[in-house]
Design a protein around this ligand. Structure first.
Ligand SMILES: *[C@@H]1O[C@H](CO)[C@@H](O)[C@H](O)[C@H]1NC(C)=O
Ligand SMILES: *[C@@H]1O[C@H](CO)[C@@H](O)[C@H](O)[C@H]1NC(C)=O
Ligand SMILES: *[C@@H]1O[C@H](CO)[C@@H](O)[C@H](O)[C@H]1NC(C)=O
Length: 259
């Protein structure tokens, strides 16, 4: 079936990057958002979503909803909000919750310490009221996630609360996660990603390939690093183009499976 495709550019070097050791600098902390890019947002922040969530809300009043799960830098990142607005222009109701209550990772913190407080696995459980409320409003829900949000996505894909997920450069997703997902999964990786190197994307695909009932799509983008889809350099045309391609693939994936 056409939905079960795996594209991997042949010039991608496999297996070059070792898993990150605890306490070592992580690519998750590279290229923090440039807050000066703020402005021109189509949506706005609401404080009172079910479950007590604050969120950036944008897009169409549609029965098709996308919940975007941020990277460690949180829901204020201007380029993430731009992605949300673009998904909104494509006809979706889009919610970007502040899963960290404003406590974003900062440069003086260790990722592993911060993750003890902000586990994506726990966050997915805690987000249940939000998904229940959206479903009650008659919405079918897709989840898109970046880095930290990639793990959030995969946890949601193990539930019946979502219809489809798309993750870009996920953090801490493991091959065994793919044994448990119940929904169509899209994985957008980067050639230079020490969290989810191409080799690991291959492992995801090897699991999914054996599960004929779960549609999947995976692609590893050459020439980019972890963070490429939502923390790109806006003056680098190649980086911009690659991020646009990732966004287009996410929207295509939702168009296909979010009815
Ligand atoms: C890979 O990413 C690291 C940052 O984590 C960067 O220092 C390095 O230059 C990148 N390599 C390539 C080939 O892009
Ligand atoms: C970084 O986060 C810690 C823990 O939340 C906080 O105490 C500290 O003030 C923050 N530092 C900066 C520079 O924001
Ligand atoms: C962004 O891209 C431009 C153009 O390629 C380059 O000159 C600049 O150094 C890049 N900035 C960063 C922070 O990498």
């Amino acid at each position: 079936m056409a939905s079960s495709q795996f594209f991997l550019c042949l010039d991608v070097v496999l297996g070059g990057t070792a898993a990150i050791a605890q306490g070592e600098h992580s690519q998750c902390q590279d290229n923090p958002p440039d807050m000066s890019l703020r402005g021109g947002e189509a949506g706005g922040v609401v404080d009172d979503l079910p479950g007590g969530f604050r969120a950036y809300v944008t897009g169409a009043s549609s029965s098709r909803a996308i919940v975007l799960a941020s990277d460690v830098f949180g829901f204020e990142a201007p380029l993430l909000r731009k992605i949300a607005d673009k998904a909104g222009e494509a006809g979706y109701f889009v919610v970007v919750p502040d899963f960290f209550n404003g406590d974003y990772l900062n440069s003086s913190e260790h990722l592993t310490e911060w993750l003890k407080i902000h586990s994506p696995v726990k966050a997915a459980k805690d987000a249940k009221p939000l998904f229940v409320a959206l479903k009650k409003e008659g919405k079918s829900i897709g989840v898109g996630g970046y880095c930290w949000g990639g793990k959030f996505c995969v946890e949601m894909a193990k539930t019946n609360d979502v219809k489809v997920v798309s993750m870009s450069h996920p953090y801490s997703v493991v091959a065994d996660d793919m044994k448990e997902v119940k929904r169509p999964v899209e994985i957008l990786g980067a050639q230079n990603d020490s969290n989810t190197p191409p080799k690991l994307v291959y492992q995801f695909v090897n699991v999914l390939r054996k599960r004929a009932e779960i549609p999947y799509y995976a692609k590893v983008f050459p020439g980019v690093s972890h963070g490429f889809a939502c923390r790109y350099n806006i003056t680098d045309p190649f980086a911009v183009k690659t991020a646009q391609q990732a966004l287009a693939l996410m929207i295509d994936w939702f168009d296909k499976y979010l009815k």
